[in-house]
Every structure is written in structure tokens, then in C-alpha cells.
Design a protein around this ligand. Structure first.
Ligand SMILES: [Mg+2]
Length: 265
């Protein structure tokens, strides 16, 4: 395999599962960096702020700088700003609320800690310009989804940070992903969302632009065909599917490798 000027890594199922790094992953990322490659972390998981990602990656032993992290929460904030969608109803974790707030956007249904709660449209508060969904493990409830539906029915743009069906945890366990929540709202509203995370290429292309790397000099590394590999292809990058997460075969990836360790061979 050729050496690339930049390696864009998916996180869940590619570099770690839950809080456990995949064997050899830490050493591989350090070695690629030491050989002069730039590193990007491109994740559809919207549950953490960039600062939160830095803390997690440092704890697990990976080299990281806040500017290397490209999450679907950041991509959502960037897109919402280009569309002038300022006032938001969020179905997601505090990390998504905090990311959007730090980007200057207004979340109408969260407390000061970023915990989301049901809030029905009324004459007493601003109507939402957009409903933004992400993984919502902590506060997902029927009233939360019901009130999100009412905002969409009144014209709020439906935005999904990602449509991932599931995400891999330690061992062989998988948990429901943000795509399940998206499907709920899609079904009851009859509206398809605008997705800001992978496979849309902007989440990767914007990161490459920030560090001055051309797509053809970047390898996108991930465990899912429908998000990671598709994103790499659409962005114009080569791609490598690792067999440590969701998918084990691919008809579209440039390379299929057992794990990120094989990037060094
Ligand atoms: Mg993954």
C-alpha cells in the first residue's frame, strides 16, 4: 500500500470499540504521524464536543489536536450556518447541544448542561428553524420525539447528523444508532432529512481544506461501506475498509484490511 499524505480515520469500530482501543491502533496512528502523515478523525458520532473527543482520544492514548477532529455535529453546525438556520430543536446528547451552541447557534429545548427536553411549539417561544437529530441515549422519549414532529410539521427543516443504524461497542456488542431516531421522525413526518455526516463528502472535504491536503493524497479509513467508504469515494479519496467494526467485505473500497495495523505493511 502506498503512503498517503493524510489518513482520515473513522473512530467507532475503526480505532476503538466503546472505551477499548482496537489492537495496534494507537501505535499505528503514532507511526503514521511520525512518518509525516497528517491525521484527521472523521466521526458520525455526534455525542461529544471536539474538546470531548480530544479528552477521549488522549485517554485512550491516541495523538490528537482539537483541529484534527471532524464530527457530524461540527458538520451540522457548518451546514446550518450556511443555510442561516439559527434556532434549533435538538434530539441528541449534551455534546451535540454544546457543539451547536459554541458555533453561535441557538438551541431552544435544552437546559444549561445541554440536556434536551420536550418543548412543543407555542406562541411563547421562538419556533425552530430546524430539528437536528443525533444519537440520544440519555433523554430520548416519546414526548421529545412528539414535540420534534410538531416543529417539523410547522416547517422546521429536518436535519440528521447521521443515519447510522447501529454502532459497535466492546466485544461483539452493537447498540442502536442515530439512524433509528431518524427513521422514527421520517416515518411520522413523511419528510426525509438532510444528512450532514458521512457519506456526505463535506465533513471530510472541509477538514482536508483546513490542512491544505488534496483528496487524492488522503486515505479514508473506516468500518462501514455505506458511510465511510462512500464518503471517501464521493470526496475523491482512496479508501480502506477495516474488518474490526460493522462490515467485513466491500465491492467499492480501494483496500480491504483486517485492521488499521495493516496500514503500516
Ligand atoms: Mg465506524
Amino acid at each position: 500500500m502506498r503512503f498517503y499524505a493524510c489518513y482520515a480515520f473513522d473512530l467507532d469500530g475503526t480505532l476503538y470499540r466503546g472505551n477499548q482501543p482496537i489492537k495496534g491502533a494507537v501505535n499505528t496512528v503514532f507511526e503514521l504521524k511520525n512518518r509525516g502523515a497528517k491525521i484527521l478523525y472523521v466521526s458520525n458520532n455526534s455525542s461529544l464536543t471536539n474538546h470531548g473527543y480530544v479528552e477521549k482520544l488522549v485517554t485512550l492514548g491516541f495523538p490528537v489536536d482539537e483541529t484534527w477532529v471532524r464530527s457530524s455535529a461540527i458538520a451540522a453546525g457548518e451546514w446550518l450556518r450556511t443555510q442561516s438556520l439559527q434556532t434549533l430543536f435538538v434530539v441528541g446528547e449534551p455534546g451535540l447541544v454544546q457543539t451547536l451552541t459554541l458555533m453561535g447557534l441557538t438551541v431552544i429545548n435544552a437546559d444549561t448542561k445541554g440536556n434536551v427536553e420536550p418543548l412543543y411549539p407555542s406562541q411563547f417561544h421562538l419556533h425552530a428553524d430546524a430539528v437536528v437529530t443525533g444519537i440520544c441515549k440519555k433523554n430520548l422519549s416519546y414526548p421529545l420525539l412528539d414535540s420534534a414532529m410538531q416543529h417539523i410539521k410547522l416547517g422546521a427543516k429536518f436535519v440528521a447528523t447521521n443515519g447510522d443504524a447501529s454502532f459497535p461497542l466492546e466485544g461483539r456488542r452493537f447498540s442502536p444508532g442515530a439512524g433509528a431516531t431518524v427513521a422514527f421522525l421520517e416515518t411520522c413526518c413523511g419528510v426525509k432529512p438532510h444528512v450532514t455526516g458521512k457519506p456526505r463528502p463535506e465533513i471530510l472535504l472541509e477538514g482536508l481544506k483546513n490542512i491544505g491536503i488534496c483528496p487524492e493524497d488522503c486515505l479514508m479509513v473506516g468500518d462501514r461501506n455505506d458511510t465511510d467508504i462512500e464518503c471517501g469515494i464521493t470526496a475523491g479519496c482512496d479508501s480502506a475498509l477495516v474488518q474490526t467494526g460493522v462490515d467485513f467485505s466491500s465491492t467499492t473500497a480501494t483496500y480491504i484490511i483486517e485492521s488499521v495495523e495493516n496500514l503500516l505493511t
